[in-house]
Design a protein around this ligand. Structure first.
Ligand SMILES: Nc1ncnc2c1ncn2[C@@H]1O[C@H](COP(=O)(O)OP(=O)(O)OP(=O)(O)O)[C@@H](O)[C@H]1O
Length: 220
């Protein structure tokens, strides 16, 4: 579980996040807020893409490198997919794990099957549709077997069919997940929603309480 302790992020003379204190044991956590509120910065703290100016971000009681525990799925899968063939791309993420060939192949096969995209294994990555790329990028994270997966606006580039499919995949994901999104339906059944405004957590609770308050503020 992630623990934020007195976390402030300052860039230049600007405070982007202010004194965030959170313990996050839930299985599904949504993060909402207006443009520029600080959501992506908050999310990047989870795996060390961003470092706090003050305070600490930890995975449980450990001082481990956060990247050992947290997988990050970017909004645009093109930022994440680097190899020409799907299977090569997924194997690339495991290169530093010192796994045998059979274990690598087995992990890839299991993740592709779980995401219902086994048929994409030998495809050229640059020929995939946006929805297929999104799932391949997620597969690239899942093969590393992270303890937690964080998603930055995962449905923004998806059409309705792929968005529905992604929501199903997310629901079945056997790992805890934190999702930054403007897609309020996606997180309607989550365990907890954090509302960030002006770099502070201004709402924190079940979706049924936090989302209506956010919508009321955004539409008034
Ligand atoms: N390195 C940086 N230097 C200066 N300002 C930054 C830096 N990174 C982010 N910001 C600013 O911090 C604020 C929060 O940015 P962030 O990307 O976290 O917001 P967001 O809530 O994810 O927004 P959106 O919904 O538009 O993606 C923005 O005003 C952004 O311009």
């Amino acid at each position: 579980m992630m623990i934020f302790d007195g976390v402030t992020v300052t860039r230049g003379d600007r405070e982007i996040l202010s004194e965030i204190d959170l313990t996050l044991p839930e299985r599904r956590i949504g993060v909402i807020g207006s443009n520029g509120a600080g959501k992506s910065t908050f999310l990047r703290l989870f795996n060390g893409l961003e470092t706090p100016t003050a305070g600490t971000v930890r995975f449980g009681d450990t001082d481990d490198d956060l990247r050992r525990h947290v997988g990050f799925v970017f909004q645009n899968p093109d930022n994440q997919i680097v190899f020409p063939i799907v299977e090569e791309d997924l194997a690339f993420g495991l290169r530093s794990r010192r796994l045998g060939k059979a274990e690598v192949a087995d992990r890839i096969a299991r993740v592709l099957a779980a995401l219902e995209i086994a048929h994409l294994k030998d495809r050229f990555t640059h020929q995939l549709s946006g929805g297929e790329k999104q799932l391949v990028a997620l597969a690239g994270v899942l093969v590393t077997e992270p303890d937690l997966v964080v998603f930055d606006e995962p449905t923004t580039l998806l059409d309705l069919a792929n968005r529905t499919r992604f929501a199903r995949v997310l629901d079945a994901l056997p790992r805890p997940a934190v999702v930054v999104t403007h897609d309020l339906d996606l997180i309607g059944a989550f365990d907890r929603v954090l509302w960030i405004d002006g770099g502070r957590i201004v709402g924190d609770g079940p979706p049924g309480a936090v989302i209506p308050a956010y919508v009321a503020r955004a539409t008034c």
